[in-house]
Design a protein around this ligand. Structure first.
Ligand SMILES: Cc1cc2nc3c(=O)[nH]c(=O)nc-3n(C[C@H](O)[C@H](O)[C@H](O)COP(=O)(O)OP(=O)(O)OC[C@H]3O[C@@H](n4cnc5c(N)ncnc54)[C@H](O)[C@@H]3O)c2cc1C
Length: 310
């Protein structure tokens, strides 16, 4: 039952780097804004052990960066709500609405979708626990931490093979492990990987367990043809088996998504629906980094301000 009705200029769904940046820009422009997040504020940032590629900050923890972004947005007057449930979302018409925790109805003239995304996981024991502690889903983010170390790369598509090659800049040995007897990548990507002297390939095999307490120490993997099991001490494992945008709540709505269920927008972050903007990893785009999420958030906020004054 709706107990309360709140009216703001902009609702932001998702409080990761993109949403927090958009919230900061809007609040600083003295436009009323609320960030609604179904999880923890900071999103993927809080999963990131060390961030070493955010300009102006030599090294920080993802948690610290998220905390600072949150404080900065709040200091300008951005309302932030975490761990809430959203329902009855309406993206069409003059007034966009959403119900929070089944009892607060938020109404706004504009809405920014900043729900981010998640790398597809292998879903084997130890993976979730050691995520960010030796198990990684981002070569650009974490490759540098594995200088002269031995690593595994999981997957047989283009991104897996290309990232495996890029990781040879750092690692002393990169072993690609893939469940099938062939790769699904383009021929040139396969050739590049095969001719690299630092790359070793294990086919028809899969990781069955990640081992280690504070950080990854070893993996268990199995040859799917023979059933034979192996224990392999290892410093890092990079998993590239796909990416999923957090857009489940928009499936079946009038919002345009691409085949990968990512939100389609123009360079001003405008979606197909008037007053609805998108920012961050849930947007159809090639590169997903903190800096690109922050850039999207900035553009989405400035486009929103323009929309509100029209
Ligand atoms: C382990 C790891 C390490 C990384 N390291 C780096 C790095 O070193 N450098 C770098 O540049 N990038 C790094 N990245 C990538 C970077 O973190 C992301 O590109 C960036 O943080 C994305 O920000 P975002 O705001 O778009 O999305 P997210 O961070 O995914 O935030 C989305 C937010 O939306 C919320 N949400 C989702 N669905 C809903 C819903 N239905 N309703 C309400 N709220 C919802 C989530 O709870 C979340 O808080 C790393 C990523 C990971 C996973």
């Amino acid at each position: 039952m709706i107990m309360e009705e709140k009216i703001v200029n902009t609702i932001i769904i998702g409080g990761g780097a993109a949403g927090l940046t958009a919230g900061m820009y809007l609040a600083r422009a003295k436009s009323s804004v609320v960030i609604l997040d179904s999880g923890t504020i900071g999103g993927q940032l809080v999963l990131t052990h060390e961030v070493a590629n955010y300009p102006g900050i030599v090294s920080t923890s993802g948690y610290q960066l998220a905390t600072t972004m949150r404080q900065q947005a709040k200091s300008f007057g951005c309302e932030i709500k975490s761990n809430i449930t959203l329902s009855e979302l309406n993206l069409e018409g003059e007034s966009k609405t959403v119900v929070v925790n089944n009892n607060i109805l938020y109404k706004a003239k504009s809405l920014i979708i900043a729900t981010g995304g998640r790398s597809r996981m292998l879903n084997v024991p130890g993976e979730a626990r050691l995520k960010g502690k030796g198990v990684s889903y981002c070569a650009t983010c974490d490759g540098d931490f594995f200088q002269d170390k031995e690593i595994f790369v999981v997957g047989g598509g283009n991104s897996s093979l290309e990232e495996a090659v890029s990781l040879t800049k750092y690692a002393s040995k990169v072993t690609i492990i893939h469940q099938f007897d062939h790769f699904q990548a383009f021929e040139h990507a396969i050739e590049e990987a095969k001719k690299n002297p630092k790359i070793n390939i294990i086919l028809q095999s899969k990781i069955t367990e990640f081992l280690g307490d504070e950080k990854l120490e070893a993996i268990r993997y199995q040859n799917l043809e023979t059933g034979e099991e192996f224990h392999q001490p290892i410093d890092g494992v990079f998993i590239f088996i796909g990416y999923e945008a957090n857009t489940d709540m928009f499936h079946g709505s009038s919002l345009t998504l691409n085949q990968g269920k990512e939100v389609v927008a123009d360079e001003l972050m405008k979606t197909n629906l008037p007053g609805i903007f998108v920012a961050g990893d849930n947007r159809a785009k090639r590169f997903r980094q903190i800096t690109t999420a922050v850039a999207d958030g900035t553009i989405a906020a400035l486009s929103t301000l323009e929309y509100l004054t029209q």
